[in-house]
Design a protein around this ligand. Structure first.
Ligand code: BES
Ligand code: ZN
Length: 883
């Protein structure tokens, strides 16, 4: 697509821009196939740019240049050099000057969904990371900050709503009502990736927010006509997020308006454009009948995330894209803390750690491993990864753990104070915590530079005579692409020691020191911590609250694990104990199945689980998490090599069935006790009861008896909300048969008119482990409601098959791999960003057993050999095949 071979960008090559653009005036005349963009730029040479004056090189792609004027004088072709990706002026004045550029773009033809495009007849933009260059020629880099005034003109019948960043200055009609316009001005300097514009026939729900200093902000969420009521939860979430940021971080909103627009076709979840967030509509629209609790929860957290970017990302932005974790990791940390405060902190931590391990640990263990702050990239869109996001958030969390909440807050205050209005670096961020706390974070900085998941190999010795317990800790730092050898890191290890009665023994080191909050600093490759006054052999509870993104190994007996499951004062670690008990049972079953042995294991685990789940002091949402087995992908990651997904699937099924049978009576009681007939409420407590009830249902269903199936069908047809209905639909689709087909047919008939809800129907079929699934998914790609140009459809059907159906994606005949490879190639011609993401399904291919590994390699090689690959797919596929 890009005619020039993409070249890697290196962090070490960073130079400040040679020119500054202080002011941008845009005049956009919307037209479906020929939108005119007139841009007037106030430019001056950058006094901070070293060396002789450079040529002014502006980025631009897929643009039709109409005219250029420098200080009002038209330029001719010999005054500039035009390529497919740039516009360069060789000679520019030494003093400030004005550049006027007129370009045309075709929104209708834009299927990459970057720059200006149309979705459901709505004009909208997506500029992060490098989409602004598809709207006009510009310095498309995050350290070029300007203030924007934007005039939008359109046909009022087609686009009665005209929005851009900042505050509305003026609006009016033209040509006797045939055209109309709006002028928006954003007083805050921003990089162009935060620019946004929307034009369309949308309907707002409005509200207001009074900030802590008493200003009133007008809030609006724009949705499709008729969907207004479904935006109420998003609005409620927004107001709670605004208040939370004031209370927890002292951050107040800065403009007079805050707008959100929901669109149907969007590459990502949502985007934090200044004062005009744009959302994938599946993360705005929710009602009890149409959205699951998981969606309600996701809406709350994504609305908060994008709002929180106003300070962490917008007011303080990134100097360059290598600093992406500066805004994303930090903002994920903030949204996690928000969700933890709004809901259950422990359950939130469990969900966040689960996600981290499933996605980030898997990425870190494969060919796509990279540091939280990468040092080189070809296509920046490929670096919006679990490592930058989730591990990036963990690194910020470790700062909070190491410094304590108070000093952490002082560091954040200093950061906001010192860097407001700037494009900052990770280095500057960390410096704020050093300066605020007086702590040396030199070694801690390695978290940003070294890839791979550290392993803490631990052993505990007890000396009864001396009443001493010694904990040996060794850091094992696995090699990752380009990083063979690593330095020891600074790892906060929060722990407790449980006495025989299950209570915590007080922690005293032989130095006399009592580790603050039970947190040790592991800093050496090998280290021993000696605890004194330990009355009896203790059971260690390590990595409480998941204090660092590492793997811990320690030899614990079943009895030790049971003690932790029943007593650990750290509820997160109680769950962790249950989860690792399940994991080791599953790995054992897989091993036995591989040897062709009958695998009746798990009775002991099931019993311990029963005891833990029945405890009424624990909240239902937490008990639901206890009942969820590790996923098949997690089991594969822990096994690590020669992975046979079919065996893992069988092991998973066996253990679920065993739990269902062992705890049948208790689970049936829970299923009955957690039923609710009152009106639906999306709050965390009600959602927790539904989660526990559905988790019980899932395990009961695993017994696969006639009455179990009848209960499941009833659960589907009698459901009064989407949480229950979708859970039953997925289980029924996995079961297949008449009951499965009936539920799928019913769901289709109910929701075929709703493009958001119908995605669950595509996904339910794509995740079914039944043998006929691939054929069915193939057929569904021709279904009238499916479209390759709609990312949500692609994700629901093809993405679910690749990422959430381990048995059928990993068919031994390689047909699953071939299917995904074909679609990656087809998608690459439309939307490279989505195509490259789909290829991520292969990220653990090297860990497969030989047969499947060979099939996966063949599929990847076929992709690699294809002509005219985008730089997005090219970069991912070559990394996958390297090394
Ligand atoms: N800034 C991103 C959106 C984005 C990502 C734009 C990649 C361009 C390329 C936004 O803040 C974000 O992170 N969105 C996430 C959801 C969030 C809650 C983690 C997303 O879209 O998945
Ligand atoms: Zn973000």
């Amino acid at each position: 697509m890009k005619p020039e071979t993409p070249r890697p960008v290196h962090l070490k090559d960073y130079r400040p821009p040679g020119y500054l653009i202080d002011k941008v005036d845009l005049d956009v005349c919307l037209d479906a196939t020929r939108t005119r963009v007139r841009s007037r730029l106030a430019v001056r040479p950058n006094p901070d740019a070293s060396g002789r004056r450079q040529a002014l090189r502006l980025d631009g792609e897929h643009l039709e240049l109409d005219e250029i004027k420098l200080d009002r004088k038209p330029l001719s072709k010999k005054d500039y050099n035009l390529t497919d990706t740039s516009l360069t002026l060789a000679k520019t004045p030494a003093a400030p000057f004005t550049l006027e550029i007129v370009t045309f773009v075709n929104p209708e033809a834009n299927k990459a969904l970057q720059g200006l495009y149309r979705t459901n007849d709505v004009y909208c933009t997506q500029c992060e990371a490098e989409g602004f260059r598809r709207i006009t020629y510009f310095l498309d880099r995050p350290d070029a900050l300007a203030t924007y005034t934007v005039r939008i003109e359109a046909d009022p019948r087609e686009a009665p709503v005209l929005l851009s960043n900042g505050n509305l200055l003026e609006r009016g009609t033209l040509a006797g009502g045939k055209r109309h316009y709006a002028v928006w001005r954003d007083p805050f300097p921003k990089p162009c990736y935060l620019f946004a514009l929307v034009g369309g026939d949308l309907s707002p729900i409005a509200s207001t927010f009074r900030t802590m200093s008493g200003r009133t902000v007008d809030l609006a969420i724009y949705v499709e006509h008729g969907k207004e009521e479904r935006a109420a939860w998003a609005m409620d979430s927004l107001k709670r997020a605004m208040r939370w940021d004031e209370v927890r971080f002292g951050r107040e909103y800065d403009l007079d308006v805050f707008n959100i627009v929901a669109v149907s076709d969007f590459n990502m979840g949502a985007m934090e454009n200044k004062g005009l967030n744009v959302f994938n509509d599946r993360l705005i629209l929710a009602s009890p009948e149409t959205a699951t609790d998981t969606i309600f929860e996701a809406i709350e957290s994504v609305v908060a995330h994008e709002y929180f970017h106003n300070w962490t990302g917008n007011r303080i932005t990134c100097r360059d894209w290598f600093q992406l974790c500066l805004k994303e990791g930090l903002t994920v940390f903030r949204d996690q803390e928000f969700s933890g405060d709004e809901r259950s902190a422990t359950v939130q931590r469990i969900l966040d750690v689960r996600r981290l391990k499933t996605h980030q640990f898997a990425e870190d263990a494969g060919p796509l491993a990279h540091p939280v702050r990468p040092e080189t990239y070809i296509e920046i869109n490929n670096f919006y990864t679990p490592t930058v996001y989730e591990k990036g958030a963990e690194v910020v969390r470790m700062l909070q753990t190491l410094l304590g909440r108070e000093l952490f807050r002082s560091g954040m205050d200093l950061y906001f104070d010192r860097h407001d209005g700037e494009a900052a670096t990770v280095e500057e961020f960390v410096r704020c915590f050093e300066d605020a706390s007086g702590t040396d974070l030199t070694q801690f900085r390695l978290w940003y530079a070294q890839a791979g998941t550290p392993e803490l190999v631990c052993a505990l010795r007890y000396d009864k005579a001396k009443k001493r317990a010694e904990l040996d800790v060794e850091q094992v730092l696995p090699a990752t692409p380009g990083q063979a050898h690593k330095k020891p890191m600074h790892i906060p290890l929060k722990l407790g020691l449980l006495g025989a009665n299950g209570h915590d023994v007080s922690l005293k080191l032989d130095s006399g020191e009592e580790p603050a909050d039970g947190t040790l600093s592991v800093t050496k490759r090998k280290q021993t911590f000696r605890f004194v006054d330990v009355p009896s052999r203790p059971v260690p509870s390590l990595l409480r609250d998941f204090s660092a993104p590492v793997n811990v190994t320690i030899d614990l007996s079943d009895r030790d694990v049971e003690l932790l499951m029943a007593n650990d004062s750290d509820l997160f670690n109680r769950w962790q104990a249950a989860n690792s008990f399940a994991m080791r049972t599953l790995v054992e079953i897989v091993g036995l199945l591989a040897k062709g042995k009958s695998a009746s294991r798990g009775a002991r685990y099931a019993k311990a689980l029963g005891a833990a789940v029945l405890s009424d002091e624990l909240e239902p949402a937490y008990r639901a998490e206890l009942l969820k087995l590790p996923t098949q992908a997690d089991i594969a990651r822990v096994i690590g090599k020669n992975v046979d997904p079919a065996l893992i699937h069988r092991a998973h099924k066996r253990l679920s069935g065993l739990i269902g049978r062992t705890l049948g009576a208790q689970l049936a009681d829970l299923y009955a006790a957690m039923a609710e007939d009152g009106p639906f409420s999306p709050d965390a407590t009600s959602a927790g009861r539904r989660a526990l009830r559905n988790a019980a249902l899932t395990l009961l269903t695993a017994r696969a008896s006639g009455p179990d199936l009848a209960r499941l069908s009833k659960h589907y047809f009698k459901a009064s909300n989407m949480t229950d209905r979708a859970q039953a639909l997925f289980l029924l689709a996995a079961h297949g048969g008449k009951a499965g087909e009936q539920a799928l047919a019913d769901f289709h008939d109910r929701w075929k008119g709703d493009h958001v809800v119908i995605d669950a129907w595509f996904a339910a079929q794509a995740q079914s482990p039944l043998a006929g699934t691939l054929k069915r998914v193939e057929a569904l790609t021709h279904h009238p409601l499916f479209a390759l140009t709609a990312p949500n459809k692609v994700r629901a059907l093809i993405g679910t098959f690749a990422a959430a159906n381990p048995v059928q994606f990993n068919r031994p005949d390689g047909a699953g791999y071939a299917f995904i490879a074909n679609h990656v190639l087809e998608l690459d011609r439309l939307n490279p960003q989505i195509a490259a993401r789909m290829l991520g399904a292969f990220r653990s291919w090297r860990a497969l057993e030989t047969g499947r590994r060979g099939q996966a390699r063949k599929a990847l090689q076929r992709v690699a050999r294809a002509k005219n690959l985008s730089s997005d797919v090219q970069e991912i596929v070559s990394k996958m095949l390297e090394a």
